[in-house]
Design a protein around this ligand. Structure first.
Ligand code: EPU
Length: 428
């Protein structure tokens, strides 16, 4: 086991290169199963969630060949299993995408549901409603979700909640179904558009991705393609927020500024000077951040996956800020860790009232989930003294080379082994 040790109080200066988007990668990789020939996927982030998915693809029978750290060739032709067991999906939140991809490929899927996550249950009722509308029969057997269909037929599906996962899964199942599928109240995140672009580059006929109505006209077959994944808006936002907390001057390279609009708007309100270039943004921050209210919402609203990071910076802002979580039921569990570091945060249901303090002080804390873990790193960077972050496997799920990237821009952060100091009982 390992932990991060951060010696806080340093300014951030230099350049960072953002990796491919995790939430696009975990949808695009299973989508390769829909092709009749090999695909090359580029700009893959080197994170444990991607490694897990590639393992699942291999176990299903696909041939997976790493070309380099961020490029993989996948030949799905021999994938003949439709079962993703609990053991295969262990630790993976996006296992449900194998349901849509396998149903789309072979009208059959048996997949472990996504693990309950640290900020609430992860229902898939809207995914199931979509599959059933397309003609699949869904049952639960021995803890696995089982789907079968004699054939999938296009249908209209209205989502009761704007769900990224349901939108993606219905697209995957519908892309080779007979006729037209219409998803209404669809999610509009950049990774939805990326998946649609990927599928269209294989020969799919998807229109409207990025709007709330997506139309998918089923095609008979999809051909392999070469595709480069979009940059990760949340990884970019995490580094940008860190500068606003720590002060400094950072050029964030390999981003799509349009995907960062809501994050840029809030960081500007907090006092950052942000310049947008074609594929980069520069963040300059002097002095203490100003208070600001933030409400998370589906895209193009402020992303829930940036909520813990921005709340952490607001913990040292001048004045009182209100952060409202509009997507998940329970995404404030990390606040207990922040208060240990001296933050003044009162949580009432989906709302946190954050009264800025001048300084946080370093302390041992835990990463309670992926983005909460990123927030603890930011807290460590802006705090005085030493912060130790444990349970960092959550962070490794979604951030490539986070220690190397932060170290290169002036942060004093190290990954160190946790030495077990429990006394060993002598054998009789
Ligand atoms: N929901 C339902 N029924 C469903 C599906 C969702 O009620 O069938 C509810 C959820 O409980 C939640 C809301 O709808 O309250 C939105 O959930 P959504 O389905 O959009 O979330 P997801 O697809 O499970 C993805 C990201 C999350 C991100 C959310 C919201 C991936 C792999 N995960 O999850 O990312 O928080 O969208 O943007 O794309 C992360 O990267 O740290 C992360 C958690």
């Amino acid at each position: 086991m390992e932990k991060f040790v951060i010696n806080g109080g340093k300014q951030i200066k230099g350049e960072v290169k953002i990796s491919g988007a995790k939430n696009a990668a975990v949808a695009i990789l299973p989508a390769v199963l829909l092709a009749d020939s090999p695909c090359v996927i580029e700009n893959l982030p080197d994170i444990s969630d991607v490694a897990l998915i590639l393992n699942v693809m291999h176990t299903l029978g696909a041939r997976v060949r790493l070309i380099n750290k961020s490029t993989v060739e996948i030949d799905p032709r021999h994938a003949n299993s439709f079962i993703v067991t609990k053991e295969m999906a262990e630790g993976m939140r996006a296992s449900s995408y194998f349901l849509g991809a396998l149903l789309g490929r072979m009208n059959r899927a048996r997949v472990a549901p996504p693990g309950g996550c640290n900020f609430g249950v992860r229902p898939i009722d809207q995914h199931i409603k979509g599959f059933e509308a397309l003609g699949a029969k869904i049952t639960f057997e021995n803890g696995l979700v089982d789907g079968k269909a004699s054939e999938l037929r296009g249908a209209s599906v209205y989502l009761d909640v704007v769900s990224v996962g349901a939108t993606i899964n219905i697209m995957l199942a519908a892309v080779k179904a007979k006729g037209l599928t219409v998803i209404e109240n669809a999610a509009r995140e950049p990774h939805i558009v990326d998946l649609a672009n990927f599928l269209n580059s294989m020969g799919a006929n998807i229109m409207g991705a990025g709007t709330s109505v997506i139309k998918i006209r089923g095609v008979d077959s999809l051909q392999g393609t070469s595709y480069s994944i979009i940059p990760d808006q949340i990884e970019a936002g995490t580094y940008m927020a860190a500068v606003v907390g720590a002060t400094g001057d950072l050029l964030v390279n390999n981003v799509t500024p349009k995907h960062l609009e809501s994050i840029i708007a809030k960081l500007r309100e907090m006092g950052a000077e942000i310049t947008e270039y074609d594929e980069a943004v520069r963040v300059v921050m002097k002095g203490r951040p100003r208070k600001c209210n933030v409400k998370t919402m589906p895209h193009p609203g402020f992303p829930t996956d940036m909520q813990p990071q921005i709340a952490t910076v607001l913990a040292i802002a001048e004045g009182t800020s209100i952060v409202t979580e509009g997507v998940w039921d329970n995404r404030f569990r990390y606040v207990d860790q922040l208060t240990v570091m001296g933050a003044d945060v009162q949580v009432d249901g989906k709302m946190a009232v954050i009264t800025g303090v001048e300084k946080l002080s370093g302390s041992p804390v835990k990463a309670v989930d992926l983005r909460a873990g990123a927030a603890m790193i930011i807290a460590g960077i802006i705090a005085d003294g030493v912060t130790e972050v444990e349970d960092i496997d959550h962070i490794d799920r979604g951030y490539e080379n986070i220690v190397e990237k932060f170290s290169a821009i002036g942060v004093d952060i190290k990954r160190v082994p946790i030495i077990d100091t429990t006394p060993v009982l002598k054998q009789a």
